[in-house]
Design a protein around this ligand. Structure first.
Ligand code: KG4
Ligand code: ZN
Length: 335
């Protein structure tokens, strides 16, 4: 079964053709990152306009590269939530029009469910149930994936997402948007123990996260040094932040795995590209005898292939959207 999938929740306009939820026939991503970099972050109004300009061309390219036409497509899947509302609306309305005009069923996909499904494309053996750490620019969730379309949140951030913490710290150190990637590169060769940063805990909620105190600690280091007229070694500060975030995430993942009895561990979302997180989680999983599944770097960021993978499982579970489908800025992964 072939699914044409569309993603436009943030600053990538993407379309893909996916076979049976596991095989990528095409995966086209048009990124707007260069334009948003001029402003230090995503400008929602610009994102919506660029999606509207790019979406038909990107979709046509996805069909062409897969060697198919709309006649060969069994269903259209689209990211409907969560994300920037204006950006989501472009994809949702385009997908509705396309599905209606081609007489194909339409499936709505939750963006974070899509991130998790990026792992199905890379790991043929991976099947639920498993424990997943979803770490993106806007979300940090520890999720029990009970089935392909059944999710239970075990913990979440109470304030900033891990990606947001990286992005804001990187920006304060003068790195370009998106800061998480730049910070990860800059941290290479830095001393991860040069700065002692806080390990915030959420009282009574062992699987919840809090990253705003950590971000503030980094900003304070920079402000204090500036006031004293000293130079901060940003390589060491980046390495220390990266180490601390990875340490916090790894510790909670392992504790949640022990608590739930899960031995298959999965990571997903933009921050799953972080090299220190990948290293620490791999070492911890090896030590505990757990199996770790990580998306390849090419599928960590936003793409439509992951939406097609999840769209397939939503479709075979019977989910159908109709022309009343609307986008939503927020929505729980639990549904
Ligand atoms: O999943 P994603 O592409 O978009 C959202 O759904 O939010 O995640 C983007 C986030 C940004 O905060 C970006 O800085 C972060 O992922 N990111 C990284 C790395 N690559 C992307 N953070 C740390 N290290 C990386 N290598
Ligand atoms: Zn994302």
């Amino acid at each position: 079964m072939k699914i044409l999938s569309i993603e436009s929740s943030c600053d990538e306009t993407a379309a893909a053709v996916i076979e049976d939820g596991r095989r990528i026939l095409s995966n086209i991503v048009a990124t707007q990152v260069e334009e948003h970099r001029l402003y230090g972050g995503v400008v929602p109004e610009i994102a919506s306009r660029r999606h509207a300009e790019a979406i038909s061309g990107v979709t046509r390219e996805a069909l062409r590269e897969a060697g198919v036409t709309m006649a060969d497509i069994d269903a259209v899947a689209v990211t409907a939530y969560p994300g920037l509302i204006g950006a989501l609306l472009v994809g949702v309305n385009f997908a509705k029009g396309l599905a209606f005009s081609a007489g194909k069923p339409l499936v709505a996909v939750h963006h974070l469910r899509g991130h998790i499904a990026s792992n199905y494309l890379a790991h043929p053996a991976l099947k639920p149930p498993f424990l997943c750490l979803v770490v993106s620019g806007g979300h940090t969730h520890l999720v029990l994936c009970e089935d392909y379309t059944r999710f239970r949140i075990l913990g979440r951030t109470r304030d900033d997402a891990a990606g947001e913490c990286f992005d804001k710290a990187a920006r304060a150190m003068g790195m370009p948007y998106p800061g998480g990637i730049a910070l990860d590169k800059h941290a290479e060769g830095g001393d991860p123990h040069a700065f002692t940063l806080p390990h915030p805990k959420v009282e009574g909620c062992p699987f919840d996260f809090s990253f705003s105190g950590l971000k503030t600690a980094v900003l304070n280091q920079l402000h204090n040094a500036k006031q004293k007229g000293c130079e901060v070694n940003t390589k060491d500060l980046s390495a220390s932040l990266r180490f601390t975030v990875a340490d916090i995430l790894t510790e909670k993942v392992i504790a949640a795995a022990k608590e739930t009895g899960m031995t298959d561990i999965v990571i997903a979302g933009g921050v799953s590209a972080n090299s220190e997180l990948r290293r620490q989680l791999q070492a911890a999983c090896d030590k505990e005898g757990f199996t770790l599944y990580m998306p390849p770097l090419s599928l960590c960021g936003d793409n439509a292939a992951m939406i097609g993978a999840q769209g397939y499982y939503e479709f075979i579970s019977g989910q159908r959207a109709d022309l009343s489908l609307n986008a939503a800025a927020t929505a729980s992964i639990e549904g």
